[in-house]
Design a protein around this ligand. Structure first.
Ligand code: HEC
Ligand code: HEC
Ligand code: HEC
Ligand code: HEC
Ligand code: HEC
Ligand code: HEC
Length: 502
């Protein structure tokens, strides 16, 4: 078999070899991935991004070589009897070449199809999102793996289906790849993410507001910052409620998502923490109410200039899959699950302090935590340290604290609970109290509810001889575990409870 003379040049030959090698690599790797169910992201990168690159560069080199040959011919630097290859299908040689060309083209197109499909899937996979850019997405990936959405793919919330979103995300993605390579990305990644798709197209694919109803029971387990790390559980029914007027259940928290009402607000800051103006429009009754921050209202000009944001799921559930727990919560969880023993005096306090030492970088975090905790018990409780059992308890506590740290605090990306507050609730960050702080009132004299029993009912609270159990559906009045007078009624919990110390 012979190809046209013009292809017999170095550039075309190298191109052809490159394309051939790339194709073979593709076939081999592809078979390996199918057979071994390999999920290493780098194999994916080589397969779907590097080999096609070589394949297409190789293919492009062939005509370039031919073109250069013809240019040389024209200039008389090469000799040949014709300038442009002429095709004569009466000649068997030409027919064969044509046939080969057609077969190879079809085969290549097929392979490219498979390749493109693979590329599509690969760039949509969690391995690509979470592991390829390990440094950048490491915090999100770790938090995600421990969340209730660990089996929902990143793209189901961040990109979603459809060619339009695919193209859009890949265009911004291309810039992101550049930003990562050039080390130009912000740390931490700023939120709220502005180009996140609307909740209707992501969350509501799986959770319908029409199907919300009833209350959700949750137990919050706290351990106090005292000698015996006293357990203080609070068990409550959170009045999640429903959102479909047709079922007659439109009360409760998901009321904001009621299909029949629009809640809109104006925020002063990028983070949407300062919300001085809220408007609700009830389409079933035609009622429109505007609530304004009494202490610090917007001027009418500022209101006129702003574009209100429609409230959606992410205004409360902003951390459905990347929740960075505070040291307070992490250590409570470790004690609850038995990883840390309350037999060690002051352990809640010490473990939390170890997590917030000056950890500027990720190197030596483990050593610093270990030294801090062991030195403390060795010095302050030498007699305790003589017991083999408690020595083991100390080293278990060290491991659990290190673990807690690596799950929730990422110094290299500057990611932690403090950077990324979770707006559900109001214990460590304002959350609901951005609006429900009791200071948001309307001209008609209405006030956004601040009543402790509007959103949840405490079923039981406290431990030991201070434990209380409710005998009514309305629930108990809240009792603050430490005597702080009436402070908890006048201030937000988050003004004292910041996630590290009372
Ligand atoms: C259940 C839906 C959901 C899934 C699944 C999900 N995310 Fe997110 N992600 C969100 C929401 C909501 C935000 C916060 C948006 C905001 O605050 O504006 C977010 C924020 C982020 C941010 C910004 C920084 C931060 O921590 O808030 C990054 C980066 C990110 N996600 C990456 C990922 C990666 C990588 C995966 C897969 C491993 C993933 N996400 C899976 C919903 C999701
Ligand atoms: C692909 C389907 C899917 C999508 C999209 C999705 N979720 Fe979920 N979500 C689930 C499943 C499944 C569960 C139940 C997990 C379990 O019970 O452990 C869940 C659980 C939850 C829970 C209760 C558990 C918890 O963490 O407190 C909340 C709240 C929630 N999702 C909010 C959201 C929000 C907000 C979004 C949009 C940003 C979203 N979900 C997007 C499937 C999805
Ligand atoms: C004036 C400051 C202040 C305010 C406001 C306040 N607390 Fe506390 N809280 C404390 C102190 C001090 C302690 C005792 C130290 C400790 O945490 O063990 C404490 C302990 C607790 C504990 C037990 C252990 C822990 O820290 O997790 C809970 C639970 C608690 N408070 C809930 C609340 C709630 C809910 C609110 C809001 C309704 C609130 N607090 C408001 C100061 C405050
Ligand atoms: C006003 C704040 C707010 C808004 C807006 C909101 N939620 Fe919720 N949602 C809550 C609270 C509070 C809970 C109770 C669970 C908790 O405390 O973590 C909850 C619970 C849930 C649960 C678990 C319910 C159960 O019974 O197990 C799901 C799922 C959920 N929300 C999805 C959504 C989706 C999807 C949207 C948007 C259509 C949405 N939420 C809008 C505050 C809100
Ligand atoms: C952006 C401001 C805003 C935020 C944030 C917000 N709400 Fe609301 N909430 C409203 C408005 C507006 C109303 C309606 C008041 C009215 O009916 O005029 C409302 C009403 C409610 C109601 C009463 C519903 C009824 O049956 O009358 C509950 C319960 C509630 N919110 C719970 C919550 C909880 C829990 C959170 C935090 C997870 C939260 N809200 C966060 C603005 C907000
Ligand atoms: C606007 C609705 C709303 C109001 C008003 C409200 N809460 Fe809450 N509260 C919530 C929600 C929602 C959560 C659940 C947070 C979560 O799921 O993490 C919560 C959580 C709590 C918790 C458990 C926090 C934790 O992490 O341990 C306590 C205790 C509590 N509230 C006490 C109070 C008290 C006391 C008042 C009155 C001063 C009050 N709440 C007013 C919505 C409200």
């Amino acid at each position: 078999m012979r190809f046209p003379k013009s292809t017999y040049n170095l550039v075309s030959a190298v191109g052809a070899i490159l394309a051939l090698v790339a194709t073979l690599t593709f076939v081999v790797l592809f078979t390996v991935i199918i057979v071994t169910a390999e999920t290493n992201p780098y194999t994916g990168i080589v397969l779907y991004m590097v080999t096609p690159l070589f394949l297409f560069s190789g293919l492009a080199m062939i005509p370039i070589g031919m073109w250069r040959y013809h240019r040389r011919l024209k200039r008389g630097e090469a000799e040949e009897d014709y300038v442009w290859p002429h095709l004569d299908l009466n000649r068997p040689r030409h027919r064969r070449a044509m046939a080969w060309f057609a077969i190879l083209t079809v085969a290549l197109l097929l392979l490219t199809g498979v390749g493109a499909y693979g590329t599509y899937h690969f760039t949509e996979s969690n391995a690509f999102c979470g592991k390829t850019c390990h440094n950048v997405m490491h915090p999100e990936y770790i938090a995600y793996e421990h969340s209730s959405h660990a089996r929902v793919k990143c793209v189901d919330c961040h990109i979603g289906s459809g060619a339009g979103w695919y193209a859009k995300s890949k265009i911004s993605g291309a810039y992101q790849v550049y930003a990562v390579l050039a080390n130009k990305y912000p740390k931490p990644i700023p939120t709220p993410i502005r180009n996140l798709r609307p909740a209707q197209e992501t969350c509501e694919q799986c959770h319908w507001p029409e199907r919300f109803f009833g209350a959700q029971q949750r137990q919050f387990n706290h351990y106090m910052y005292n000698d015996s790390s006293t357990h203080w559980p609070i068990n409550m029914l959170i009045k999640v409620g429903g959102g479909d007027p047709k079922t007659g259940q439109t009360a409760g928290i998901h009321w904001h998502m009621n299909i029949g009402v629009d809640v809109e607000y104006i925020h002063r800051d990028e983070q949407r923490l300062d919300i001085p103006w809220i408007r609700i429009t009830d389409h079933t009754t035609g009622r429109v109410t505007v609530y304004e921050d009494e202490e610090d209202p917007l001027t009418p000009e500022e209101v006129a200039a702003a574009t209100p944001r429609g409230m959606d799921c992410m205004d409360c559930h902003n951390r459905p899959s990347h929740k960075y727990r505070s040291p307070d919560d992490q250590i409570d969880l470790a004690i609850l699950t038995g990883q840390i023993s309350r037999e060690l005096p002051e352990i809640k306090q010490m473990a939390v302090e170890a997590m917030i030492l000056d950890h500027e970088t990720e190197t030596d975090v483990n050593t610093r935590i270990a030294n801090f905790i062991t030195d403390y018990y060795r010095q302050e409780y030498p007699e305790l340290y003589d017991s083999q059992r408690l020595r083991v308890a100390v080293s278990d506590a060290v491991v659990a604290t290190q673990d807690a740290f690596h799950r929730s605090i990422f110094p290299d990306m500057k990611v932690s609970w403090a950077e990324y507050p979770d707006h559900i609730g109001h214990f460590q960050v304002p959350g609901c109290m951005r609006c429900h702080d009791g200071n948001h009132t309307s001209k008609e004299g209405l006030s956004l509810t601040h009543d402790c029993k509007a959103c949840h009912a405490i079923m039981s609270q406290g431990s030991g001889d201070r434990a209380e159990v409710s005998t009514t559906p309305e629930g108990l009045d809240f009792v603050h575990p430490e005597d702080i007078g009436e402070a908890w009624t006048e201030m937000g919990c988050y003004e004292c409870h910041s996630g590290v110390q009372p």
